[in-house]
Design a binder for this molecule. Structure first.
Ligand code: CTP
Length: 455
């Protein structure tokens, strides 16, 4: 039985309702009391998508999306909803500002993720709306009494830890390749896997050339979110498994099959190494910029002529234009690009930090702009640590370079010249004197860290 809308509102005000407390009912009552006539007989509201999924998984609900069945856009506007959808009829609730979408069906009419016509008549049912959705675990709804509506087996798939498409219509939207890979990255820790039949559909989308229609902004948007997930490497592995990696990230795909020296890289394969390094960075809760730098730090290794394998002379510098192209193509933020280029250029030198002469350490700090940007330098060190430990069997190996370079920076940055010491020095001489003292400070750190190397 549909609940009388104003009683839902009354319940909301005494605090007894938890879920639909501030839904359409609130707005309807406001409209009615303002004398607006409302045809509420058939209008129903359902909680849908991620909120239902996450509640069933026992995870915190970040955002609630609602679907409204049996009404029109005009009616929602009369109720005070603010239309915001450019392509679909989506509205913001006048009080909660949560998103309410009219139930809709979609039909593919052209290539790409914009190639749709949408039907959103009041006759579209909840089941029809759920059917156009990507995964069964995202295609469940809850009615105003909290009852689950699950026509496509989402709950069973949650229990089976299965990411499975709802219907064949899945293939109509190439963004879903990215979304499934992202959900796989998010839920890998809970044991979720992409269902074989869904992976087969993802392969079909790629084989039909649809992955090429993905716009750069959308690729980066999904990638950035995936990088922030608990298991970002699964995003790239899933894209690789369906053949999309070579289309979307050819420079990362090219790393698979490129060998490295087993002495330094027991995992041998460069692609495998980068995935291990990304796993480590995520386990350390590294910021997204660091994860991106880890992802791209070895791109230059795919440029090495086969005859030179498994060594990769000058891969650091060869990687830089590849990172620049990738960032240009996907419109990656400048801050991410800068850290990625720094990591590509400097990671080998950072690994060798304890062998370097104090002058080389100081030059490294200067090249990294570490005095002015110590936080970014710390991010660079974390990326290098992920590179060093993202190797089979090296996950717990000591990496004293981080502490050593951190101490070198602190000591050099603490150097000052008092007023009296500046007296008698002119212009460039002040800078030279500071540098001389910084060098002495770094040398003292080195002597403490590696006493055996002292003269
Ligand atoms: N959806 C879809 N296909 C898309 C985009 C969205 O089927 N290309 C559907 C899914 O049912 C999804 C809902 O729209 O659950 C809301 O999308 P969104 O807010 O992007 O995802 P959530 O599932 O809420 O996930 P998140 O937790 O990442 O917000």
């Amino acid at each position: 039985m549909p609940q009388p809308l104003c009683s839902a509102h009354a319940n909301a005000s005494d605090g007894t309702r938890t879920r639909h407390d501030l839904s359409v009912a609130t707005a309807a009552c406001a409209a009615l009391s303002a004398g607006v006539s409302v045809n509420m007989r058939t209008m129903r509201v359902y909680l849908v998508g991620g909120a239902v999924r996450d509640r069933l998984l026992g995870l915190p609900v970040r955002e609630r999306d609602w679907v409204v069945v049996g009404t029109t856009a005009e009616e929602l506007v009369r109720l005070g909803y603010e239309p915001v959808g450019r392509e679909f009829p989506v509205f913001l609730h006048p009080v909660t500002h949560e998103e309410y979408a009219l139930a809709r069906q979609e039909r593919k009419v052209g290539p790409g993720y914009r190639g749709f016509t949408t039907q959103f008549a009041p006759t579209v049912t909840l089941e029809e709306d759920l059917r156009r959705r990507d995964l069964t675990i995202n295609a469940m709804a809850e009615d105003e009494n909290g009852a689950l509506i699950d026509p496509y087996g989402g709950k069973a798939d949650l229990a089976a830890r299965r990411l499975r498409h709802v219907s064949e219509a899945f293939v109509e939207d190439p963004v879903r390749i990215l979304r499934v890979a992202r959900f796989a990255a998010r839920f890998a820790g809970l044991g979720f896997r992409v269902a074989d039949e869904t992976l087969a559909l993802m392969r079909r989308i790629v084989a039909a050339g649809e992955a090429r229609t993905l716009v750069p902004e959308r690729i980066w948007q999904e990638t950035e979110r995936a990088l922030a997930e608990a298991h970002p490497q699964v995003f790239f592995e899933t894209l690789r498994a369906c053949g999309a990696l070579t289309v979307i990230f050819p420079e990362i795909n090219a790393l698979f099959g490129v060998p490295q020296p087993p002495r330094w890289h027991p995992e041998i394969d460069t692609g495998v190494h980068v995935m291990l390094a990304l796993t480590y960075a995520a386990a350390r809760a590294a910021p997204v910029a660091v994860r991106f730098a880890v992802l791209t730090h070895d791109l230059g290794k795919a440029q090495t002529p086969r005859a030179d394998w498994p060594s990769h002379h000058r891969h650091e510098e060869f990687g830089v234009p590849l990172i620049e192209d990738l960032c240009e193509r996907l419109k990656v933020p400048n801050s991410h690009r800068e850290l990625a280029i720094l990591a590509a250029r400097q990671h080998t030198l950072v690994h060798r930090a304890l062998e370097l002469k104090p002058a080389t350490v100081l030059t490294l700090l200067e090249k990294c702009d570490a005095f002015r940007r110590p936080e970014r330098f710390a991010e660079l060190l974390l990326a290098c640590e992920a590179d060093a430990r993202g190797r089979t069997g090296r996950e717990d190996a000591p990496y004293p370079q981080v502490a050593y370079l951190g101490q070198a920076l602190d000591a050099a940055a603490a150097v000052t010249l008092s007023e009296s010491e500046r007296r008698g020095l002119e212009g460039a001489e002040i800078g030279e004197e500071i540098r001389r003292r910084r060098l002495a400070a770094v040398a003292a750190v080195k002597a403490r860290a590696t006493p055996e190397a002292a003269p």
